[in-house]
Design a binder for this molecule. Structure first.
Ligand code: NAP
Length: 344
């Protein structure tokens, strides 16, 4: 399968190139950049030396359609919705990593992203690309919207409870991310002297992943769910840890909680449920498409803590995108994604 990557010079684009290099059925045939158009891949990213003289070009819809049948779009929000329509009209399938097709509602999009959606006719068609929830819909999709990195971690921690009818309104999601979550573009917050040796919350009450998490949980719970989502920036390159706190109603035992998670994730190849008393850590999933989950129930209070660790660039973006592609094209879900975490 010939594959295109639109926005290949960014962090998620480069990660797609790394993962797809080891994919048995995919060949990267088209790679674009903006600032870096005209440069060779290996000059910008020496770890991608295997791409030889492959060079980034500016996006051109006709050339993209000529070169590949499925495209990953790894552009900033607002730009992705400009390139997706011509790709679909030309008969390609698209896996979009941006937020442009995740919310399904143009007004919600405008409220949180501050711009008018220019491809509203595709919002209903786009399938939310979280395979652990939606594999059936992903299989038949022309357009998949890969979840954000924080929503992936938070939803993998909370979705099993929602599906079992536990009320999640008011759940607390206390999440930490490494600086690559903000992409390759330079920013003051990611400046070494500001990020190193320090941890701080940001986007409190205003982070754009809030409506995405609430929309999915509300759909699963069958009623409006509002969450308290507090992201933090931590001085590491990769990784997300989402520690979620939920107050369960009624008497719930540890074995019931265990059964909820084991039942929901039975057969899910990238979910690792840790043994009792163990909690996930970002280093154990770095470079891999795995999500490690651990939990603790304070039985007397019905207070449940669930923690999820992922690599924001893999299960939180490019690995999950390849997982979606595998499902869309009928390949094995794990193809090209079997690498374990890099530790230490
Ligand atoms: N980073 C993460 O952990 C993560 C996780 C999940 C989802 N996402 C989403 O995935 C998308 C890509 O993220 P990223 O982290 O890879 O971002 P990034 O490192 O900033 O890369 C952005 C890419 O878009 C290109 N680009 C930027 N402005 C453009 C423009 N005006 N016209 C055409 N191309 C343009 C860049 O090209 P040049 O570099 O050549 O200018 C680069 O290839 C974003 O929507 C992001 O929200 C990111």
């Amino acid at each position: 399968m010939k594959v295109g990557i639109i926005g290949a010079s960014g962090y998620t684009g480069a990660e797609l190139m790394r993962i797809l290099h080891g994919h048995p059925h995919a060949e990267v045939a088209y790679v674009t950049a903006h600032t870096y158009a005209g440069q060779r891949v290996k000059d910008l990213y020496p770890h991608l030396h295997a791409y030889g003289d492959v060079t980034f070009t500016e996006f051109d819809a006709a050339r993209a359609l000529d070169a590949a049948d499925i495209h990953f779009v790894a552009l900033p929000h607002g730009k992705a919705m400009e390139v997706v329509p011509p790709l679909l009209e030309g008969g390609a399938r698209v896996v979009d990593l941006s937020a442009d097709f995740r919310l399904g509602d143009p007004e919600l999009y405008r409220a949180w992203y501050g711009v008018q959606h220019v491809a509203q006719h595709l919002l209903q068609e786009a399938v939310y690309g979280l395979p652990e929830l939606n594999a059936g819909e992903i299989a038949g999709a022309r357009l998949v919207a890969v979840p954000g990195c924080y929503p992936t971690a938070a939803l993998l921690a909370l979705a099993p409870l929602a599906v079992r009818g536990h009320a999640l309104d008011g759940a607390v999601i206390d999440a930490k991310s490494g600086v690559s979550g903000a992409g390759r573009t330079l920013s003051l917050a990611a400046h070494f002297a500001q990020a190193e040796g320090s941890v701080k919350p940001y986007g409190v009450g205003s982070h754009r992943h809030t409506p995405e998490i609430e929309r999915v949980l509300s759909g699963l719970c069958g009623g409006e769910v509002r969450v308290m989502f507090v992201p933090h920036l931590v001085p590491m390159s990769r990784g997300i840890l989402a520690t979620c706190y939920v107050r369960l109603a009624g008497a719930v035992t540890e074995s019931e909680v265990e059964e909820v998670y084991r039942g929901f994730y039975d057969g899910a190849p990238f979910i690792v449920l840790l043994e009792k008393g163990r909690f996930p850590e970002t280093k154990c999933v770095a470079g891999s498409n795995y999500c490690h989950l651990g939990w603790h129930l304070d039985g007397d209070k019905g207070a449940l803590t669930v923690a999820a660790a992922i690599d924001n660039l893999v299960k939180g973006a490019s690995g999950q995108a390849v997982q979606c592609m595998n499902i869309m094209l009928g390949y094995g879900e794990e193809e090209g994604l079997q690498a374990l975490g890099i530790f230490p």
